[in-house]
Design a binder for this molecule. Structure first.
Ligand SMILES: Nc1nc2c(ncn2[C@@H]2O[C@H](COP(=O)(O)OP(=O)(O)OP(=O)(O)O)[C@@H](O)[C@H]2O)c(=O)[nH]1
Ligand SMILES: [Mg+2]
Length: 377
């Protein structure tokens, strides 16, 4: 089916019609509201297609709209309308509300005389990629006069890159025993990221690496690091109490870099958070990186990072490969209020990690770059 237009009384109704007829992979191409005629209710109109999915999967396309997008952006990677597959009704409703907010913003853009067609197309594109209405508006206002959609897109890359704070990689100085801690909520990828970093610095930079783990709570947590340490031949110290951490650091003082792996903590668990703070106070790391996944909702990041304390200097954004849409990553980074050090893009050790680069990230978020293979660290 090339494209289909749905007319309804409300955005929610229209979106439900899109989903029912075109399925979860539907992509909204245009939207508009029609002024009510005397005695008749106002109507909204959405034109959507489920064909862009085929383009994204590399299947040949026959329809005009998909080809048009592919032509305009060179590489087309549209994101399906988020529908919260497998989620609760509440979550689906929440996502629908966000979609409606996004559509309202697009309608505003479409109705504003200040916005030319290239800018309106950019706004539609950003909505498809999951950018929040606020960021879409912000980026569109930063894009100047654009003669074409491709030009608007190029300016949008610069605008998103300019908004994306990056703080550079870990600085390893030979014989300075730099201590780097990774903290964050449970299961976000701390140990995996630490393993990638330890392996990269050991192999590529020939740095002397040491590892300390204070994660003795989870069954098998220390095994994860012991296995890695065995393969890489790096010393590992397991620390049970904050009092032991200085002794472990003294033992590893010949290393160029000492990584500290911490237990995942729910920011809501005050007792465990205090324990973690006591470990960090005793360790006094030179760098503390907060690990957070691109799969979590941006609204969770701010409260989480605040609970982990003022010592957090940089953000590691993990699991970009698992995120349904990458647009929200901009809100995660801005919500965290910390510059990015690394992004991770898969489970492979040490391959799936990159030093955060604002232009690469902007191109990823805007669907112009592929996740892999990324630049090696
Ligand atoms: N797809 C994907 N999976 C990842 C990535 N990073 C980590 N993972 C996976 O996420 C899961 C949890 O990773 P861990 O490194 O154990 O997470 P953690 O934060 O140390 O977990 P806790 O110590 O239990 O708090 C594992 O299955 C990892 O392989 C990534 O960038 N992409
Ligand atoms: Mg862990």
């Amino acid at each position: 089916m090339p494209t289909k237009t749905f007319i309804a009384r409300t955005w929610q109704e229209a979106l439900l019609m899109v989903k029912a007829e075109l399925g979860d992979g539907a992509v909204i191409l245009t939207s508009a509201s029609r002024a009510a005629r005397p005695g008749q209710p106002e109507q909204v109109e959405i034109t959507a297609s489920n064909e862009l999915d085929a383009v994204a999967r590399g299947k040949p396309s026959t329809g005009g709209a998909a080809r048009q997008l592919a032509r305009v952006y060179g590489k087309t990677q549209p994101t399906p309308v988020p529908t919260g597959a497998g989620g609760t009704l509440e979550r689906e409703l929440g996502e629908l509300k966000e979609l409606v907010r996004g559509l309202s913003l697009r309608t505003d853009l479409a109705q504003s005389r200040d916005f030319e067609p290239p800018l309106r197309a950019l706004a539609a594109r950003m909505q498809m990629l999951g950018f929040s209405p606020e960021r879409t508006g912000q980026v569109c206002s930063l894009v100047g006069k654009a003669g074409s959609e491709a030009e608007a897109m190029a300016q949008a890359v610069d605008a998103v890159a300019g908004m994306m704070p990056v703080g550079g990689p870990i600085s390893a100085v030979a014989a300075q025993c730099r201590v780097v801690a990774l903290v964050g909520p449970t299961g976000v990828g701390k140990t995996t990221t630490l393993s990638k970093l330890a392996a990269s610095f050991k192999v590529a930079a020939k740095a002397r690496i040491g590892v300390i783990t204070v994660d003795t709570y989870r069954l098998g947590a220390t095994e994860q690091l012991r296995t890695l340490a065995g393969i890489l031949e790096v010393p590992v110290r397991i620390v049970m109490t904050p009092g032991e951490i200085q002794a472990a650091l003294r033992e590893l003082r010949e290393c160029d870099l000492v990584f500290i792996d911490t237990a995942g903590r729910s920011p809501k668990d005050a007792m465990r958070m205090n324990e973690l703070r006591a470990f960090m106070l005793a360790a006094q790391p030179d760098e503390t990186h907060f690990v957070f996944p691109a799969t979590h909702h941006p609204r969770q990041v701010h409260a989480a990072i605040e609970k982990f304390g003022a010592g957090v200097g940089r953000l590691v954004l993990t699991k970009l490969d698992e995120a349904a849409a990458l647009g929200p990553a901009l809100d995660i980074v801005l919500g965290a209020g910390k510059p990015l050090s690394y992004i991770t893009t898969g489970q492979n050790i040490p391959g799936d990690i990159e030093v955060a680069d604002s232009h690469r990230l902007a191109r990823l978020l805007l669907g112009l770059d592929e996740l892999s293979p990324g630049p090696q660290i």
